[in-house]
Design a protein. Structure first.
Length: 83
C-alpha cells in the first residue's frame, strides 16, 4: 500500500513524489501568476496513487500524473469550480 502526502506550492516535493513528476510540477508552479496568489493561502499539492501510478493535484485543479506508458501528463480538473 502506498500512502499519499501533501506539500505547499514552491516547496521541494517530498521523497514520495517520483522524480519523473518534479520537472512538470515546477513548470506548473512557474505558470501561476503571482497576483493570482496574493491575499490567498498558498495552494497545496496532494499526492495520491491510482492504479499504482502517482497523481499530484494542486488545489487549483491542475493534475500532474503518469500515463500507463510512463509519460508525464498535465491536465486541468474542470470539476473543481475554480476558474
Amino acid at each position: 500500500m502506498q500512502l499519499g502526502t501533501r506539500w505547499s506550492m514552491g516547496e521541494r516535493p517530498p521523497a514520495a513524489v517520483p522524480e519523473a513528476l518534479h520537472a512538470q510540477i515546477a513548470a506548473v508552479e512557474r505558470l501561476i501568476p503571482a497576483d493570482q496568489l496574493a491575499h490567498q493561502p498558498t495552494p497545496r499539492w496532494t499526492l495520491t496513487w491510482l492504479e499504482h501510478r502517482p497523481v499530484a493535484e494542486l488545489d487549483t485543479g491542475v493534475i500532474v500524473t503518469l500515463s500507463p506508458d510512463g509519460e508525464v501528463v498535465v491536465r486541468k480538473d474542470d470539476d473543481t469550480g475554480i476558474s
